[in-house]
Design a binder for this molecule. Structure first.
Ligand code: SDX
Length: 436
């Protein structure tokens, strides 16, 4: 970052002396006011619950232009990556800063492929869960448990440990998600098949059984690979910020990523894809497209507590570019599977059309986000609704690791420790029990 040709002067109406704060510019996007010395100079904190106006770090990984609805991974537009690259090329880009050439891609793919198996002991963790446990409960446990198996790579300050942990996590998350699914289905686990692609191997581990050969459908394989690309990273979202804050204590990479999994589970964040599909299914049961108007009225009625899941975003005040690509992928998969008349897809498009013409949504700049169509395409592929967020976690693991490694690699980083505005009791004496 570089000093902007601008300064911020803070003046106070109560006579506290003015202070000047440096303003920095990045390569693109809003400038920042450096407030690191504010408390030392004024004895005051800034106040920004939910971080609406706070940059927590500087980063070179992902940039979002919320007004234009643009998303760049290391400068490349998501539309180009989703069209010209596959997920492992995108992982290489996010981790190392550039797309690999053919040789680099082959070597990175080999390294990931050689780490897809998990320790045989991992299956005993699953046995402790009920068969109907939510997959995100299982994933939060399994990812954290990985730290028990790799004592050779838990020092987050050791670049080699960070590198091998990154490869292990990218390679093993699909295996763990598929194990969580097989466990809930009461089917035997399927070991990774190294001859398959990253997405093809995941489909194999999910849907193959020991009883008969399983053919990967290339249309679904490509669609799933694109879904992974669209979910790979997204600046300082809630789960990425959780991973950074957790990692800033020096804990091991597996524990930090497990914290990200736990945060992603929430319906306001990665859990929205599951919540959105359940919302569409409920509207379908009520009568489908004919009930959309009634549902939208409920959403607009604040007392209902109902939100249009898969809509709205803290940063995008325009169409989420991932939602456009996801709708396209949805159409491709449904057509390939002969489901082009899928009622939920038609319902989602009707809902989107009505919402985008309704003043409530227009005024608040609420548009479809990545979660609005992703559930429909995953359901068409045969993925159970409860597994959608686990797949989001699988894809976002590379972004979490890239952001964590960027932070640890930054000589300026410190343990994250926000302050507060205290509004509780003033100091008071404890009375003996008999006098309370
Ligand atoms: C993800 O941060 C990321 O980058 C996340 C993510 C990623 O890739 O990591 O993009 C992934 O989490 C996408 C978002 C998935 N969540 C949902 O789809 C859940 C539904 N959306 C909302 O909960 C909400 O839009 C948020 C949480 C996504 C954003 O909330 P904000 O930025 O805090 O905005 P807000 O809640 O203050 O809303 C502003 C106004 C409010 O109305 P008013 O008080 O001004 O009258 O818009 C309303 C909100 O009530 N509003 C909605 C709405 N979202 C916002 N009203 C109805 N339905 C919605 N979905």
């Amino acid at each position: 970052m570089k000093l902007a040709n601008n300064k911020a002067t803070l003046s106070f109406s109560n006579g506290t002396p003015n202070i000047e704060l440096p303003v920095y510019s990045g390569s693109v996007g809003p400038d920042v006011i450096d407030i690191r010395k504010l408390y030392a100079q004024t004895g005051m904190f800034t106040y920004d619950p939910g971080f609406l106006s706070t940059a927590s770090c500087q980063s070179t990984i992902t940039y979002i232009d919320g007004d234009k609805g643009e998303l760049l991974y290391r400068g490349y537009p998501i539309e180009q990556l989703a069209t010209h690259c596959d997920f492992l090329e995108t992982c290489h880009l996010l981790l190392y800063g550039d797309l690999p050439n053919a040789e680099g891609k082959a070597s990175f793919t080999r390294r990931v492929t050689n780490h897809t198996m998990v320790n045989e002991q991992m299956q005993f963790f699953l046995r402790g869960f009920r068969r109907d446990a939510h997959p995100m409960a299982i994933m939060t446990g399994l990812v954290g448990a990985l730290s028990a198996f790799y004592h050779d790579s838990t020092d987050i300050n050791n670049p080699e440990h960070r590198e091998i942990s990154a490869i292990r996590l990218i390679a093993k998350l699909p295996t763990l998600v598929a194990m969580a699914y097989k466990y809930s289905a009461g089917q035997p686990y399927m070991y990774p098949r190294n001859s398959l692609s990253y997405a093809g191997n995941f489909l194999h581990m999910m849907f193959a059984t020991p009883c008969e050969p399983y053919e990967v459908n290339p249309v679904i394989e490509r669609a799933l690979d694109r879904i992974f690309i669209l979910h790979a990273d997204h600046e300082q979202n809630a789960s990425t910020s959780t991973v950074r804050l957790c990692g800033s204590s020096g804990t091991n990479p597996f524990a930090a990523i497990a914290a990200g999994v736990a945060c992603l589970w929430g319906p306001a964040h990665g859990g929205a894809n599951e919540a959105c599909l359940n919302m569409l299914t409920d509207i379908q049961k009520m009568g489908g497209v004919s009930k959309v108007g009634e549902f939208i009225n409920q959403v607009k009625d604040k007392t209902s507590g109902i939100k249009l899941m898969g809509f709205g975003h803290r940063v995008y005040k325009n169409y989420d570019p991932r939602a456009k690509l996801m709708q396209e992928t949805c159409r491709e998969v449904l057509t390939a599977l002969g489901l082009e008349n899928d009622p939920l897809f038609k319902l989602a498009m009707a809902l989107e059309k009505i919402a985008l013409e309704d003043d409530y949504f227009v005024q608040r700049k609420l548009y479809p986000n990545v979660d609005f169509y992703s559930g429909i395409v995953q359901r068409a592929i045969g993925i159970p609704t409860s597994l959608f967020t686990a797949i989001f976690a699988l894809a976002r693991t590379v972004g979490w690791i890239a952001q964590l490694n960027e932070m640890i690699g930054d000589p300026e980083y410190k343990i994250g420790r926000p302050r507060q505005l205290y509004t509780g009791s003033a100091p008071r004496e404890v009375k003996p029990l008999a006098q309370r």
